[in-house]
Write a protein that binds this ligand. Sequence first.
Ligand code: SUG
Length: 465
Amino acid sequence: MRSESTVREYNFDGLVGPTHNYAGLAFGNSAAMAHAGKPSNPREAALQGLAKMNLVAGLGVRQAVLPPHPRPSLSTLRRLGFSGTDEEVLSAAATWDGGHLLRNCYSASAMWTANAATSAPSSDAEDGRVHIIPANLQAMFHRSIEATTTQNILTAIFADSRTFTIHPPLPGGGQLGDEGAANHIRLQVPGRPALHLFAWGRRGFATAPEASKFPGRQTYEASRALARLHRLPAKSALFPQQSPAGIDAGAFHTDVLAVGNGSFLMLHELAFTGFEGVLRQLKRALGTELFTVVALERELPVATAVKSYPFNSQVVTLPDGKMAIIAPKESEQTPASRDFLDRVRTTRGSPVTGIHYVDVRHSMKNGGGPACLRLRLWLTDRERRQVHANVFWHPRLFASLKAWVEKHYRDRLTAVDLRDHQLARESMAALDEITTILKLGSVYDFQRAGAGPRSSSKRRVSRRA
Ligand code: SUG
């Protein structure tokens, strides 16, 4: 029986920003490292993202959108001591450190909204409120600068403070590094309370660094804090460790090797340390209705999984209660991954009835598959009605977002282009307009009084100071 208190899943996808590029900023993310310095195509990347949203919405799944962040982040550069007009700030940053800092401040990485925040629905929280915690993304500089804007955007969308608690990002720097929902899986079988997995890659308060090739990003301490802040009962949260071997193979986030939805979970054996023990705990908590599929190394080598991202699929519940997998094309083109996904679909008792392969290759080249591009939130119909921003999918919104991308985006960007002040102007103009389309008000620092860019009057980077 559906009622006003039933929570429904909404997929909030990040719009790919106008400065999407390959700067090789993410150590431990093999796709991003491999594509460093290659030219990008922001326009096609954004259109691919929109096509994916439209496909998911067309399946009858609730879809919504989050805007890009202002890039270049002039406010970050100013906080780091670059001063003068916007053009002076950009020129000075371009010549410092070979332009590395500027490339960080130009990253469109906020598109991967799986890292934007974690959320718990009102049905799961002890205080009956919707909790959203923006991720501090402390592991990497270019991502850490997302947290404040994410908080502003989420506060603007979920403005009704009687229903929604938008927390500040976790304090504590790298020791409390939080990467958002990419390490969070919510499972639920009918008739039982939901179970939340908050995975982590390293201990923040460890006295000696854990020897490995690549660092874990999410800390144990952060994961524990998230469960407390989301007001989850102790027995509703588990804290599995990401396998260090998986991280070293390039699985920097849990969602590179595992994805769950409702009563379904598929994972690679290197997703978690001691995966068999994790599965036993899950079965104990959720019973036999939980349907799990594990890929062992001999069926699907971790290197193949990291390259083709079958686990970075979205698994969505369809209106008829069955599930569909939205997988990246790369996993269709990789026999071991495709065979694994086919096995998931054809295994007896599987809730999965369809697989849809999508082309998000411009995002994939930076290590972001379909699941990275969306943040899942669960809302009751009453909570949904309290959101007045124009962020929920409908054909008119799709048309205006497409027209907006086609008007503002370039089809080629290289590192050299990031020194072009005109690119900064174009990007700010696009972003200014998107807040109007999405009815968000002033969420960007350059739109807020007193915090705006300082341009010489003739050569403003932004249209609104
Ligand atoms: O944080 N890539 C992102 C990809 C995030 C994927 N998200 C999930 N797995 N949920 C990252 O590593 C690359 C940017 C560059 O190198 O230009 C980057 O930030």
